[in-house]
Design a binder for this molecule. Structure first.
Ligand code: HEC
Length: 200
């Protein structure tokens, strides 16, 4: 039962570096009720796909998804962790994320204005000495930007040192699978992803 304490921590402490604030101090009892409520949300979502979960898992494995995504601690961390993706995203969103990723960039779910910026925004940076770095934005403030490249290296730059900084809004560094997998395979993948609800 790893997932319950993890969810409790998130509700109790927030996720400060991803923009989720701690709302207020909760009693242990309130916390337990809230955890039970949030978990019930994940369960009631009906599976809006006819796909086959087992086949979906096989397609996930053979399509190289794990080079960029983690499920249950396994895989690469370039893209979002998918361990609990079935709790936070519905089938329609998942389908779109596979077929046309740029149309569905994950957004922070925080209601705090300004904090819900598009995550995994692709950026292209050219340093003063002409080096080009492509990656996704991890964080940014008025003076600096932090980027993770496809080799999983973190870079931090002072903007005033850069020759070029392109934020590629509307693009995604996830390869689109439209035309590369069949409609049936898409549904199988969606079924597999919808079933990912963390460690129970
Ligand atoms: C080259 C790296 C890469 C590969 C390979 C890749 N992805 Fe992604 N994926 C990303 C990145 C980066 C994002 C975040 C940006 C976006 O949503 O477009 C993402 C986003 C997603 C999302 C949306 C997550 C969210 O929280 O909204 C899903 C679902 C997903 N990928 C599933 C898959 C599946 C399934 C495969 C294999 C068929 C796959 N990805 C292959 C890099 C990759």
């Amino acid at each position: 039962m790893r997932a319950v304490p993890a969810l409790q921590e998130v509700i109790r402490d927030g996720i400060p570096d991803r923009g989720m604030p701690r709302v207020r101090r909760l009693t242990a009892n309130e916390l337990n009720q809230l955890v039970a409520y949030v978990r019930s949300l994940g369960r009631t979502t009906s599976p809006a796909t006819r796909g086959n979960e087992e086949r979906g898992r096989a397609i996930y494995e053979k399509s190289g998804c794990a080079s960029c995504h983690i499920i249950g601690g396994q895989g690469g961390s370039f893209g979002p962790d998918l361990t609990e993706i079935g709790m936070s995203r519905g089938a329609a969103y998942l389908r779109q994320a596979l077929l046309g990723p740029a149309e569905a960039l994950p957004r922070g779910t925080s209601p705090v204005p300004g904090r819900g910026f598009a995550e995994y925004l692709p950026v292209r940076i050219v340093t003063a000495d002409g080096r080009e770095i492509r990656g996704v934005r991890i964080n940014e403030d008025p003076f600096t930007i932090q980027v993770r490249d496809a080799g999983n290296r973190l870079h931090s730059f002072r903007k005033s040192d850069l020759k070029d900084l392109d934020k590629e809004f509307g693009k995604s560094l996830m390869p689109g699978f439209r035309g590369r997998i069949t409609d049936v395979e898409v549904e199988d993948l969606v079924a597999y992803l919808s079933g990912l609800r963390g460690v129970r």
